[in-house]
Design a protein around this ligand. Structure first.
Ligand SMILES: [Cu+2]
Length: 112
């Protein structure tokens, strides 16, 4: 009885592990890679910076991956360090993604 119980537990664990492994390999990877590849750098100009809140206001061009036309708006930045050395008026190239329903800058580089 005890051995059967252990065997059942082992089989259940194996089954869970297999399912989990398949989940990890699912089409997620190609889809994510395709999304990254189709994510163009967008032109922007810095209008405002709030480093403490990791916020930046950008006047930006079309953002095709967010289906967003040109406008001026605030973004969160994925990493505060992106704001280092930036100042209002700087021209930048950036990528933005929708993260938890918010527009987030995931890549940002100054244009000189
Ligand atoms: Cu916008």
């Amino acid at each position: 009885m005890k051995a059967n119980h252990l065997l059942a537990a082992a089989l259940t664990l194996a089954a869970l592990t297999t399912v989990h492994a398949q989940d990890m390999k699912m089409p997620m990877k190609p889809a994510a890679a395709a999304a990254a590849a189709s994510m163009p750098l967008v032109d922007g100009e810095v209008r405002k910076i709030d480093a403490q809140k990791s916020l930046i206001v950008l006047r930006h061009g079309d953002i095709p991956n967010l289906a967003m036309p040109a406008m001026t708006m605030g973004f969160e930045v994925a990493d505060k360090k992106m704001l280092d050395g930036l100042k209002v008026g700087d021209k930048v190239k950036f990528q933005a993604q929708a993260v938890n329903g918010k527009a987030m800058v995931t890549e940002l580089k100054p244009v000189h």
